[in-house]
Ligand binder design. Structure first.
Ligand SMILES: Nc1ncnc2c1ncn2[C@@H]1O[C@H](COP(=O)(O)OP(=O)(O)OP(=O)(O)O)[C@@H](O)[C@H]1O
Length: 771
């Protein structure tokens, strides 16, 4: 970075940010609240490092420069290990196991008779073992430590896991531990030359990663460490990240200097205050302030709707209103709907599509593209249409039945040759087999009975929702989910429950499903963002930061997290945010860590720059039954001036404040009539008339260029309730395009000359949406 660039960049920082960037402390913590410029400061440092890299290349050559590393913990560990693999008995070209491969290995281990049978509980699920191993790794426990800790454990699970952990090979999660092992033996000096370490998103550091950092730092006295993060945004508890890591660092590293970035540049003051109301409830919280010099803003909208469908409809209604009334300040791409649980997205997909509101769904598949939904519907389809070959192919081995491919092929071929339904073909196949006990016979017969029982239900006119429930129960689908998708099996379960809800409410499942195949271009930026609230939203680690070749990178590590990251753009702040389903059971999630749940809501709320809606339905559907729910307790007891229970009321004042907060140009107040000067007495249009009560009226053309929903030219009748010579009296209008009632005060100047100047202003109105 040349001096001028450096100077210019430094000038864009505030004093505290500048202190942070220029600090020479050996151990430095930059603790920064949301929207306080943390990314800006880090980017500054990263940019500096990258530019430094470029300059160094010309001075010390590319080879030496190569020693400067920027990457994730995993990618850096991977390169250290590749360089020194043999020191710890690994091959330098070691492979990192994909999720599928990990499962295969555990499956083999489960079948391995050589493992001590008395320990290895063969009933234990593969997903559970993998999850336990991952958790142990995040805590920094290798298999020896794990065994020591749990040697006297009563839990058969822990004992079994320790056996498998020992026998298990390397994978993505093992990289950190293996690197720690390598460095603790002092066999290699790959990190001795490292002078400075910078850690971003420090609150997400797992115990294993923190131990590694300490080890790196202990290797020489001249090293310095800078960490940047926000303990209030620590939401990775499930992988052993702790918000207390900041305190731990202060204890471990002498003279740690802490610089706090407390000024929020993102949001309005009301928004910062209402989010603070939530985070202050976190009992584990490290005390720190957050303030803003941004405009005061408006209260957040705490809206209660009758149910989840109404919630989605309300959001769609408000989105149209915001886009319309902000007069170009807010477009679809500036709006985000933050959704905590995957199964809730469905309502939004449906309703947004119905209202022709474009949207991008981030962080997961569309509802009908989800595996469990496709499985359920394939069973249903096959029951409706026994000739449906594709559905048969999909579910014949889901849940796993070990039916061989050649058997499946044979059934399909019989069905095709004899133009038979699948059940008929199965029957023919069973009868045509000479050997009465071929390997998969029992399973095929069971499958046939299942299909027939679902078909019978259809013939008996059983409700679709009940058939779906039978499919779920009779196929033992829960066990299948738990076994193969342990980490998110509950979420998937809720998706199935949502499917049952839809069937109960008689929505047209199949039509919806067809709709979902419409591909929407992710490149078109002008889309509403539908984003999961969970961790992925907040951590935009980019794919390119992971230096491991993609073919070697685990496909399903951290599942949704990685999936989201692949689609994530850099935008983690929006002028308008809807946090939906703010109900007890979702935020906080049942069984979640209460303090962490508060942080999740806090992070979601602080994504908004200006408009924030926290919406909670009063009733939700579970397995087709209505259940009463409460608003998230975290939103309760908020100071009355911080929230409103109605939608924001639009007027030019609001637009000005919005524009100032999001740093965009204030739109012209188009409600000033184009021909705002109306001749006082003229026979030409508009024509003031005198009514029987002596109130003059005028009719003129009113132009709304920003409006997308109404025709651009609309006739409006203004009935002033004053005579020409008086000023600033209330007027009223009829036939206003949106159908909303408005008051039309007359401009102060109106009576001063021969011209009547009418200013149309929006005033508080009764919201026409029926919540
Ligand atoms: N000194 C500054 N002057 C003006 N704007 C700033 C300054 N620092 C940051 N901003 C702006 O504030 C907004 C938030 O900054 P940034 O994204 O860096 O915050 P953050 O601390 O990373 O937030 P979070 O932790 O919530 O993701 C950005 O739009 C950024 O451009």
């Amino acid at each position: 970075m040349n001096n001028k660039n450096l100077h210019d960049s430094l000038r864009s920082l505030n004093c505290v940010q500048r202190d942070a960037v220029l600090s020479t402390a050996k151990s430095l913590q930059i603790v920064a609240g949301p929207g306080s410029g943390k990314t800006k400061v880090v980017t500054f440092t990263k940019k500096a490092a990258n530019e430094l890299k470029e300059r160094l290349k010309t001075v010390i050559g590319p080879q030496m420069t190569h020693l400067i590393q920027i990457g994730t913990f995993h990618s850096i560990c991977c390169s250290i290990l590749r360089l020194n693999a043999r020191e710890i008995g690994m091959e330098p070209n070691f492979k990192i196991l994909e999720e599928r491969k990990r499962k295969e290995i555990i499956r083999e281990l489960l079948a391995d008779e050589d493992l001590p049978a008395k320990y290895a509980d063969r009933q234990i699920k593969i997903g559970t073992i993998i999850s336990e191993i991952d958790k142990a790794r995040e805590r920094g426990e290798n298999h020896i430590r794990f065994q020591n800790i749990y040697s006297g454990a009563i839990s058969p699970l822990k004992v079994s896991v320790s056996i498998f952990y020992q026998a298990y090979e390397e994978d993505f999660g093992g990289l950190i531990l293996r690197t720690t092992e390598l460095l603790s033996d002092n066999k290699v000096n790959s990190v001795q030359s490292v002078d400075c370490v910078l850690v971003d998103e420090f609150q997400d550091t797992s115990s294993a990663q923190y131990n590694l950092l300490k080890l790196i730092m202990s290797q020489s006295a001249h090293k310095s460490i800078t960490v940047v993060g926000d303990p209030d945004q620590s939401i990775y508890g499930w992988r052993s990240a702790k918000n207390k890591v900041f305190q731990e660092m202060q204890d471990d590293f002498e003279n740690t200097l802490t610089i706090s970035l407390e000024q929020n540049y993102r949001s309005s003051a009301k928004l910062v205050e209402s989010a603070s109301h939530v985070i202050m409830q976190d009992a584990e919280r490290m005390n720190k302030a957050l303030y803003t010099n941004n405009p005061v803003g408006i209260p957040i909208s705490l809206i209660k709707t009758a149910d989840e469908k109404k919630q989605a409809e309300y959001v769609a209604y408000e989105i149209s209103k915001v886009v319309d009334y902000s007069k170009g300040l807010i477009q679809y791409k500036d709006i985000a709907i933050l959704i905590r649980a995957n199964f809730i997205t469905h309502q939004f997909e449906r309703i947004l599509r119905k209202h022709q509101i474009p949207f991008n769904l981030k962080g997961g598949d569309r509802f009908f593209n989800r595996m469990e939904i496709k499985d359920m519907l394939a069973y249903l389809r096959l029951a409706f249409d026994p000739y449906d070959v594709n559905s048969f192919k999909r579910i014949i081995n889901i849940p796993k039945r070990n039916i061989r491919q050649d058997t499946i092929d044979m059934i399909l071929s019989l069905s095709m040759t004899h133009q038979m339904s699948i059940p008929e073909a199965i029957n023919l196949f069973l009868n045509s087999q000479k050997r009465s006990f071929f390997a998969d016979r029992k399973e095929i017969v069971k499958f046939l009975h299942l299909c027939q029982s679902f078909q019978d239900k259809i013939e008996n006119k059983t409700e679709i929702s009940d058939i779906l429930k039978s499919i779920y129960d009779d196929t033992n689908y829960y066990t299948h989910l738990r076994q193969h998708y342990y980490r998110d099996h509950l979420g998937r379960l809720r998706n199935i429950s949502e499917l049952v809800n839809m069937a109960t409410s008689k929505s047209d499942i199949f039509n919806d499903q067809d709709d979902c195949n419409e591909e929407e271009s992710a490149e078109d930026l002008n889309y509403t963002n539908v984003v999961p609230i969970d961790d992925p939203l907040l951590k935009p680690v980019k794919e390119e930061e992971i230096e491991i070749p993609l073919s070697q990178a685990p496909k399903e590590t951290n599942q949704d997290v990685e999936k989201f990251l692949a689609y994530c753009d850099d935008c983690l702040e929006w002028p308008c945010v809807f946090v939906v389903s703010c109900i007890d059971g979702i935020i906080p999630a049942s069984g979640g860590d209460d303090n962490e749940e508060k942080r999740i809501l806090y992070v979601a709320m602080t994504r908004s720059k200006f408009l924030l809606y926290c919406i909670s339905p009063r009733f939700v559907n579970e397995w087709g039954e209505l259940k009463s729910v409460n608003m998230s307790p975290f939103l309760e007891n908020m100071s009355r001036d911080l929230y409103s229970t109605i939608s924001p009321v639009w007027n030019q004042e609001l637009r000005k404040m919005l524009a100032n907060t999001i740093k965009r140009e204030i739109p012209i107040d188009d409600y000033f009539l184009r021909d705002s000067k109306i001749p006082k007495s003229t026979s030409s249009q508009p024509t003031p008339k005198t009514t029987s009560t002596n109130i003059p009226t005028a009719t003129f053309t009113f132009y709304q260029p920003y409006s997308s929903s109404s025709s651009p030219k609309t006739k409006i009748t203004v009935v002033p309730t004053y005579t020409y010579t008086s000023s600033a009296r209330q007027t009223s209008s009829s036939s206003f395009p949106t159908g909303l009632k408005r008051s039309l005060p007359c401009d102060e100047d109106s009576g001063k000359d021969d011209w009547l100047k009418v200013v149309v202003k929006e005033e508080p109105i009764d919201d026409s949406f029926n919540l």
